[in-house]
Design a protein around this ligand. Structure first.
Ligand code: UDP
Length: 237
């Protein structure tokens, strides 16, 4: 399957049309941004690593019965996915407190949460992706009440599957961000990517950060961390 026309370029990925009317090709770039695009860099091999990592994770999601947009990995940087309408919500789950929540509420990073914390942000760069609740999402008119229930149910299930998967690999799933899409038939499916760009992963033994925080916080060895996540995921089969 060949890439035909570039239809969208995001911070870390490009979207192309292809011969299949109902599908798109997602191309993973090496570009990295943080703090709403203020910090920019290229992380060598990140596109290849995230494509490979997201492929393994989306296949695991499908095995667990989670509907996803993933169809096929075409080559080192390209994935064939179902064409969906992306719901403009960043859906976040936190198992341990970190990042923006640690800062906003002055809770020490690494504090466990008594139960998974479910958060929504409105995907809007100009507004800085503000934190919202389900009523705000309904008021924005971007999602229905029934879809919100599906999204929350799927998200909490995805957290359980991901947590168990990474625990097996000696990794703590601290938090993550996912996105959902609506297919032409109106089905809600997991979309976008799941990778060290979108999750916080800490080594269970050492608590070493194995994710994008190495870039955000200038901790060095960013590529090595992504490589380590892929290496451990490849031991699954
Ligand atoms: N996240 C993401 N994209 C965003 C914002 C957050 O993938 O635009 C992920 C982030 O990597 C982390 C989780 O969502 O795993 C929670 O992020 P947080 O709200 O703490 O924001 P951050 O500290 O990343 O700004």
């Amino acid at each position: 399957m060949e890439k035909l026309k570039l239809i969208y370029e995001g911070k870390a990925k490009q979207l192309y049309t292809c011969e299949r009317e109902d599908a798109l090709i997602i191309h993973y770039k090496d570009d990295a941004t943080a703090f709403n695009g203020v910090k920019k860099a290229r992380i060598e091999h990140k596109g290849m690593l995230n494509n490979a990592i997201s492929t393994i994770i989306f296949k695991e999601m499908a095995k667990a019965g989670i509907p996803t947009h993933y169809l096929e990995t075409l080559n080192e940087r390209d994935q064939l996915c179902l064409k969906v309408h992306i719901i403009p919500l960043e859906v976040i789950v936190r198992n341990l407190i970190a990042g923006s929540m640690a800062k906003r509420l002055n809770i020490p990073e690494g504090t466990p949460s008594p139960r998974p914390i479910y958060e929504l942000c409105y995907k809007n760069d100009e507004l800085g992706d503000p934190l919202i609740n389900e009523d705000h999402a309904l008021a924005l008119g971007c999602v229905s009440e029934a879809e919100l229930i599906t999204i929350k149910t799927l998200t909490l299930r995805i957290n359980e599957v991901l947590k168990a998967l990474f625990d097996q690999l000696g990794i703590i799933l601290v938090d993550f961000k996912i996105e959902f899409g609506r297919t032409e038939e109106g089905t809600i499916v997991l979309a976008d990517e799941i990778s060290p760009d979108t999750c916080r992963f800490w080594d269970k033994q050492t608590h070493m950060k194995l994710d994008k925080d190495r870039f955000r916080r200038d901790l060095g060895k960013v590529e090595d961390a992504y490589q380590e996540i892929l290496r451990r995921l490849e031991t699954l089969n």
